[in-house]
Design a protein around this ligand. Structure first.
Ligand code: PLP
Length: 407
């Protein structure tokens, strides 16, 4: 069935909004995506039709809520091909998933002299938790450098992957220039030196099929709100044997088996890591988002986004005085650029006047900005509901801004 973007757009109420009297052209999807009506309905139905806490009570609505919540665990497992539903821990998002690992795994397994390997293109979410873990354990943080084309420099891996490397944490897809990193290769290099692997999949799971068995990653994290789901929910995937060995992160209700005044024992995984009342409505909303993605299929989404990304790149390349950062062959629908005559913040403000929402700033990747030698970039990020007509408006708005700024 051919992809009908107008039919898709009709499912997203926020795309019908006007900004400054102009139709919204939303191109900040790497930050967060809009939600289809089915996701909004799923959240609303939970609150209006079967609102109850999960796992504890015996009455009808609590059973219904528990069933709906736990069914999404199976759905997530299926989405990333996790063989065991106990591998799926619900968190508040990628940031919490990685912090959970840095505390529950990092603080218990890292020692002085150990090395944590990250890359120069990490989002702060996959960097600060490891900086803190290094500070607290005496481990050292090392970086795989990037090349000018925005890809990782993996030419001499023995420089970085050594018998000191205990953990390798890297982004699957850059949130700054869209480069898709060779995850399988990085994981093999890590496993060859006995290190465990953490994949930050915040920017990949929304756009492409991610298979944890094929990757053989030890841990993987992503956020619901970047893949049509609600805010406040995310996933930590972990190999069951590793999750079982780990201490809890948060303590509280739900995560215990027995509690005495002296000591406590823990619930089975994954509930050991889901202390307190979980994000019930958000998890149910995430389930509806996964249904939406499945119904379109990653293949269709990927092809459409590729076409739009190529179109955007070609249009941007036609503009004088505009530099695109990175030129990775394997890329997702994220493009960062700078315009000679206009600061990224000014450009974002001018575009906002036209109803065009793009991001300007360091994109929570300040070390990468240092590497690129710029304080900030402009970033356009595309999702399945964007159109060529929107890209044309975006390009025309940049052209008008450059013309205005250069007289
Ligand atoms: C690559 C990457 N990792 C992690 C995050 C953090 O995600 P969240 O804020 O949903 O926890 C983001 C968000 O932009 C991201 O792009």
């Amino acid at each position: 069935m051919p992809f009908d973007v107008q039919k898709v757009r009709a499912d997203f109420p926020n795309l019908r909004q006007q900004v400054h009297g102009k139709p919204l052209v939303y191109l900040d999807n790497a930050a967060t995506t809009h939600k289809p009506q089915s996701v909004i309905n799923a959240v609303s139905n939970f609150y209006s039709k079967y609102n109850a806490n999960v796992h504890r009570a015996l009455y009808q609505q609590a059973a219904e809520a528990t069933e709906a919540y736990e069914a999404v665990r199976d759905k997530v497992a299926q989405l990333i091909n996790a063989p065991d539903r106990r591998s799926i821990v619900f968190t508040s998002g990628t940031t919490e998933s990685i912090n959970l690992l840095a505390y529950a795994w990092g603080r218990h397994n890292l020692r002085p002299g150990d090395e944590i390997l990250v890359t120069e293109m990490e989002h702060h979410s996959n960097l600060i938790p490891w900086q803190l873990a290094a500070r607290d354990t005496g481990a050292t943080l090392r970086y795989i450098p990037i090349r000018d084309d925005g890809t990782l420099d993996l030419e001499n891996p023995e420089q970085y992957f050594t018998d000191k490397t205990k953990l390798v944490a890297f982004t699957h897809q850059s949130n700054v220039f869209g480069a898709i990193n060779p995850a399988r290769q990085i994981i093999e290099l890590a496993h060859a030196v006995g290190a465990i692997t953490v994949v930050d999949a915040a920017q990949s799971v929304p756009h492409m099929a991610v298979d944890v068995v094929e990757l053989d990653c030890d841990f993987l994290a992503f956020s619901g709100h970047k893949m049509l789901g609600p805010t406040g929910v995310g996933v930590l995937y972990g190999k069951p044997e590793l999750l079982e060995q780990m201490s809890p992160f948060f303590g509280g209700g739900e995560m215990i088996r027995t509690v005495t005044m002296e000591k406590s024992t823990w619930a089975e995984i994954p509930w050991k890591f889901e202390a307190g009342t979980p994000k019930i409505a958000q998890v149910i909303g995430l389930g509806a988002a996964i249904n939406y993605l499945n119904q379109l299929s990653y293949k269709t989404i990927g092809q459409y986004e590729q076409e739009l990304t190529d179109y955007t790149l070609a249009s941007l390349k036609d503009l004088d005085g505009l530099t695109i950062h990175g030129n990775p062959q394997q890329r997702g629908p994220v493009i960062s650029f700078n315009v000679d005559a206009v600061h990224p913040h000014d450009l974002a403000q001018f575009l906002d006047e036209e109803g065009v929402a793009i991001r300007a700033g360091h994109h929570c990747a300040q070390p990468l900005m240092q590497r690129l030698g710029v304080p900030a970039t402009s970033r356009v990020s595309i999702y399945l509901y964007n159109t060529k007509a929107e890209i044309d408006i975006f390009i025309e708005s940049i052209t008008n801004t450059i013309r205005f700024m250069t007289g």
